[in-house]
Design a protein around this ligand. Sequence first.
Ligand code: NAP
Length: 248
Amino acid sequence: MKLLEGKNVIITGASRGIGKGIAQVFGQHGANVAFTYSSSEAPALELEKELLDMGVKAKAFKSNAASFSESEELVKQVLEHFESIDVLINNAGITKDNLLMRMGEEDFDKVIEINLKSVFNMTKAVQRTMLKQRKGSIINMSSVVGVKGNAGQTNYAASKAGMIGFTKSVALELGSRNIRCNAIAPGFIETEMTDKLDEKTVQGWRDAIPLKRGGSPEDVANACLFLASDLSAYVTGQVLNVDGGMLT
Ligand code: NAP
């Protein structure tokens, strides 16, 4: 059964990793997918082709999620291709890890702008369309780190915790218009973002996870599929942990 047949979706940061996994699963479920990247043009165009070959509409856009004006422009352009926006997935994110003692102001600001302000930018940009439709699902890619904190990631943890507060507030503001807003808190998902970590740290994490493995982009994509589809029609303001039991 295709759960997203004909739904129009925007995913930020889908040239690789979790975003790409979401785009692939959504395409398989019949969704038309507009997605963004910041610099990886070739992989983005490859993904666009892969989605078009599935028989859905697809379009890659170079757009900096941290920019308010680029986000507004992006949504305008998406609406020229798709007549509605049913689902927004705020997935774009970066890390710039360091102990607080060594973290520079620039690395704090950059992580907050790309991970958190982007969510404000994109949610505001789709809000009018979703309000007119009286329907929409917004999914914000937070992290277990936003729930429990992590040494060496004060900037990242603050951005991801901020996303949870934003999610709950949007759910309260827009629920009466049938617009749902939920967050996903992935644990350790094996992507280029986590490739940066040393193998010893990674093995330590795997050992500490009840399911004894790192997650895949598809594991996160399947949770997004639930939150994007009508299967979750009565679910809003929630944080869904996709972490192999890490926070249990
Ligand atoms: P990733 O492999 O590093 O991919 C990040 C994606 O975001 C890329 O497509 C990248 O595009 C895009 N991006 C970066 N900066 C952007 C910007 N300013 N504007 C638009 N797009 C931008 O990361 P990932 O592991 O898939 O993570 C995806 C999301 O899940 C992030 O929000 C991350 O914080 C969250 N998350 C990940 C994990 C994990 O274990 N991997 C755990 C919890 C939460 P380019 O390729 O063009 O740079």
